[in-house]
Write a new protein. Structure first.
Length: 176
DNA sequence: ACCCCGATCGTA
DNA sequence: ACGATCGGGGTT
């Protein structure tokens, strides 16, 4: 059982997004197995928040890999990302689902839902999850098969197969 | 100052 | 299929 290193997050965003599937996200007293991710990669990705440059909201996307990026969407929900690749290159992986054994999966199978359950808010924006002792990701050796699809809820960049999701059927068989 | 839109979710 | 709800980003 090992906390993911800086080098893990510095890999290509697609690699990080795929490898995060089955990793265990820890925040406060919660531990959730990551079941769904999406990659948002640089200024050439029209769906990336940083596609039109740095703003106050997205500035943490330009920070070093292993930094959390939390933003408010639709005025109601928070979404959690982990920044990837080299510092100054705006890219991140959106966490879209986690499996928490004690909690009905229906309550953690969406990016807004999992933040609500785990009480992740903009307070957690810009946290270094490599250095933090209460917000980090562990490798517990869980291997899960996943499907690759296009991303959800975006209006541009719809064709890119940058979403990775564990089959619904297999969720209940996750150890833990 | 104003306007438009959004990496969502629950209900219908 | 649709509305809730409000911060942020672009424009005047």
């Amino acid at each position: 059982m090992q906390k993911l290193s800086r080098e893990f997050y510095e890999q290509s965003t697609l690699e990080v997004a795929k490898e995060l599937i089955g990793k265990v996200m820890v925040f406060d007293s919660f531990e959730g197995v990551i079941t769904e991710t999406e990659a948002y990669i640089g200024k050439d990705d029209p769906a990336c928040h940083a596609a039109r440059g740095k703003t106050k909201r997205n500035e943490v996307m330009f920070a070093r890999a292993g930094t959390s990026y939390v933003y408010l969407i639709y005025g109601m929900y928070h979404c959690l990302n982990f920044v990837t690749e080299e510092e100054g290159f705006p890219a991140a992986v959106l966490i879209r689902g986690v499996y928490i054994p004690q909690i009905d999966y229906k309550r953690t199978n969406g990016p807004g839902k999992l933040c609500k359950i785990m009480d992740i808010t903009k307070q957690q924006n810009g946290v270094d999850i490599v250095e933090s002792n209460d917000f980090y990701v562990l490798d517990k050796g869980i291997k899960l098969d996943y499907d690759t699809t296009t991303r959800i809820g975006i209006s541009q960049g719809k064709e890119l197969p940058w979403r990775f999701v564990v089959d619904k059927q297999k969720i209940s068989k996750i150890p833990g």
